[in-house]
Design a protein around this ligand. Structure first.
Ligand code: S3P
Length: 435
């Protein structure tokens, strides 16, 4: 695996398609494994996170095969089998937290493990609601962390007010709710990505969405019975975001990204960039399930903005990139209400702030965000930057490096494989250079 990259200054321009959405791919793998019949999936992400989840559902009894780029998953009609070994979820927080919900009400024992970064991430946030439902879940890591052993029990529905805006926790509880007795309701503090609810609707699994309250009726331990349906994964907006933001911040640059998912719970970055002065147009090309379309961006000298409140969950994975854009914009860019960033694949507030400083950017860090002062006179960092095993940090810093005046070295970049294995090829496709 490539672990070090040197990125050269370059103006990025052009046209491309991004790989399949990571959140959607993983949800499809899990639901296809429960379905009756074979699901044909077009556009499944070929990144490690999606593959870990796919392997996990295969170990639970689904059968999966690729036919070129098309994935076929034959489901178990709800009859998952106990896996022979612990399931290695790699770096995938989504895979781990959602699968825990899916398994909590099945009569089997399953252990989930993960890589170093995943093994540091908080799992108490799913343990609490699942235990309220009657689940038995043991976290044997040092502080409420993986490895996790789930001993399936009879669950009962709950009404759960999420203590944090998290689509992963919401989805975990809803999936567990399908295998419980009675009704389960999750109340969100702010709207988060709704791919789970949308897929339930597509697959005729009853779900009731009433503002911030989402409810499912439990089917008991046998779970819901539903037929497989062919599904298309949209291009991942969070992968497109790197190029969209890079081009938005360079006056005169132009880019079109095709076939990208435009679910409004994912695209708040576009509103932020428009507010900062970028010209962005979207064209819808399909609306079956998530809206899919093309995004065209024309770059400009951007100006700072404030990003906070309800916008945060809808651009949560784009915040390191927004901080990068803030360094290129005139004035202050303020990010608030984003304490969740501290428990992502790395502490993204601390790591982003430290890396921006290494580029010569003036940043102040707050508990729940940061203030970035631009436009910075970027200098290439004196020492190689470390990704902390975080794919979105690597890609955000690679984009900032294209704006520097000298080549920049990034270390520990193999993590890009989790969500965007073609990232370096696409950098080149748009006129960038790395080696
Ligand atoms: C995800 C939800 C978000 C996001 C993560 C994927 C999902 O996490 O950051 O990359 O697939 O539901 P939280 O729900 O924990 O905020």
């Amino acid at each position: 695996m490539i672990e070090t990259k040197t990125i050269f200054p370059a103006a990025l321009n052009g046209e491309l398609s991004v790989p399949g959405d990571k959140s959607v791919s993983q949800r499809i793998a899990m639901l296809a494994a429960l379905a009756t019949g074979t699901t044909t999936v077009t556009g499944f992400l070929n990144g490690e996170d999606a593959m870990s989840t796919l392997q996990a559902v295969c170990a639970l009894g689904a059968s999966c095969r690729f036919d070129g780029n098309v994935l076929k998953i034959t489901g178990t009609a709800g009859k998952l089998k106990e896996p022979a070994n612990p399931l290695d979820m790699g770096n995938s927080g989504t895979g781990t937290r959602l699968l825990a919900g899916l398994l909590a009400g099945r009569s089997m024992t399953v252990t989930l493990t993960g890589d170093d970064s995943l093994s540091r991430r908080p799992m108490g946030r799913i343990q609490a609601p699942l235990e309220l439902m009657g689940a038995q879940l043991e976290l044997t890591g040092e502080k409420g962390t993986l490895p996790m052993t789930i001993r399936g029990t009879t669950l009962h529905g709950i009404r759960y007010e999420l203590p944090m805006a998290s689509a992963q926790v919401k989805s975990c509880v809803l999936l567990a709710g399908l295998f419980a007795e009675g009704k389960t309701t999750v109340v969100e503090p702010r709207p988060t990505r709704d791919h789970t609810e949308k897929l339930f609707q597509t697959l005729d699994i009853p779900v009731d969405v009433d503002g911030l309250e989402i409810s499912v009726q439990g089917f008991g331990s046998k779970g819901p019975q539903f037929a497989a349906r062919d599904l298309t994964v949209p291009g991942d907006f969070s992968s497109a975001a790197f190029w969209i933001a890079a081009v938005a911040a360079r006056p005169g640059a132009e880019l079109t990204v095709r076939g990208v998912g435009l679910n409004p719970r994912r695209t708040a970055l576009l509103d932020v960039l428009k507010r900062m002065g970028a010209q962005i147009e979207t064209e819808l090309t399909a609306t079956d399930g998530d809206p899919i379309g093309n995004v065209t961006v024309r770059g400009a000298q951007l100006h700072g903005t404030e990003v906070c409140g309800d916008e945060i969950p809808n651009l949560i994975d784009e915040l390191p990139m927004i901080a990068v854009v803030g360094a290129l914009a005139e004035g202050q860019t303020v990010i608030r209400d984003a304490a969740e960033l501290r428990v992502k694949e790395s502490d993204r507030i601390a790591v982003t702030a430290a890396h921006l400083r290494a580029f010569g950017v003036a940043v102040t860090e707050q508990l729940d965000g940061m203030t970035v002062n631009g436009p910075a006179e970027l200098t290439a960092p004196a020492e190689p930057l470390d990704s902390h095993g975080d794919h979105r940090i690597t890609m955000s810093m690679a984009i900032l490096a294209t704006f520097a005046t000298a080549p920049v070295q990034l270390n520990n970049v193999g993590c890009v494989q989790t969500s965007y294995p073609d990232f370096w090829n696409h950098l080149e496709q748009l006129g960038g250079k790395s080696e």
